[in-house]
Design a protein around this ligand. Structure first.
Ligand SMILES: Cc1cc2nc3c(=O)[nH]c(=O)nc-3n(C[C@H](O)[C@H](O)[C@H](O)COP(=O)(O)O)c2cc1C
Length: 238
């Protein structure tokens, strides 16, 4: 409370983004500080009550869209919810954020599908890489691939897409060629789960339709065989 009073009154700060945990400067490293101390969302809501003229954005542990909707209900008075790991671990959920939270305020453009987004990212990543190499002599494929590494996580062959990015990133032939790392991995994934590349609004393709169809066909075959057996038994008894 004291800190907020001082920096808002003397420093003129009027917006605070608060990671709702007590941070331990001794004993815990940054990673542990992001996970171990319990989340105290009520502290942030209380700050807004104490300082209604200031803006507060809450942060920490938001991994589901429903939780974000709940914390941003009007009675809490918060100005926003910052997400860190959601964007990193559940990349494709970010496609839903704009639509679900900003479509009332401004026109949300038609989403591009994942193939288009990844291809566009590969151009951007290569441009940054070229710049970095020109300035500093090197730039790591692994770091440049990180924003899209979890794009298909939890979906059919999504883990292999991730592995392909990671493995190619380390191969000598791909050094300095992040666009190729991404495009080759994407081309391979397209042969495995093409339907996942064309979704546009955070939809996941956990089982492609051809697998579902094969499972249905298996089920049908099983039931037909069972019916046939029953028929034979009945005929024997007759
Ligand atoms: C890989 C990673 C790097 C981060 N780097 C920074 C940083 O440089 N500065 C910072 O203030 N917070 C950093 N954070 C913390 C986030 O801004 C955020 O406060 C934290 O991840 C908690 O939000 P989350 O539970 O939504 O991830 C980082 C978090 C992660 C996971």
């Amino acid at each position: 409370m004291n800190f907020i009073t001082i920096v808002s009154e003397r420093g003129g700060v009027n917006k605070f983004i608060i990671h709702a945990r007590k941070a331990f400067l001794k004993g815990l490293d940054p990673k542990q500080n992001r996970n171990i101390p319990p989340l105290k969302y009520d502290w942030v809501i209380r700050l807004k009550e104490e300082f209604p003229h200031l803006e507060f954005v809450i942060n920490g542990g938001f991994l589901k869209m429903e939780e974000i909707h709940d914390i941003l209900k009007p009675e809490n008075g918060l100005s926003g919810c910052m997400v860190g790991r959601l964007a990193m671990h559940h990349t494709w959920d970010v496609a839903r954020l704009d639509r679900e939270f900003y479509s009332q305020d401004h026109e949300v453009p038609d989403s591009r599908n994942r193939e288009e987004i990844i291809l566009e990212y590969s151009d951007y990543a290569q441009a940054i890489m070229d710049e970095e190499i020109a300035k500093h002599g090197s730039c790591s494929n692994t770091i440049m691939c990180r924003p899209i590494i979890n794009m298909f996580v939890g979906e059919y062959k999504g883990a292999q897409f991730k592995r392909s990015l990671m493995n190619k990133s380390r191969e000598a032939d791909y050094k300095g060629k992040v666009k190729l790392v991404i495009n080759d991995s994407l081309a391979w994934y397209k042969t495995q789960n093409p339907e996942a590349l064309v979704t546009i609004n955070g939809e996941k393709v956990i089982k492609p339709s051809w697998i579902l169809a094969a499972q249905e066909a298996d089920k049908l075959q099983y039931h037909e065989a069972k019916a046939q057996k029953l028929q034979e038994q009945l005929e024997k008894q007759a």
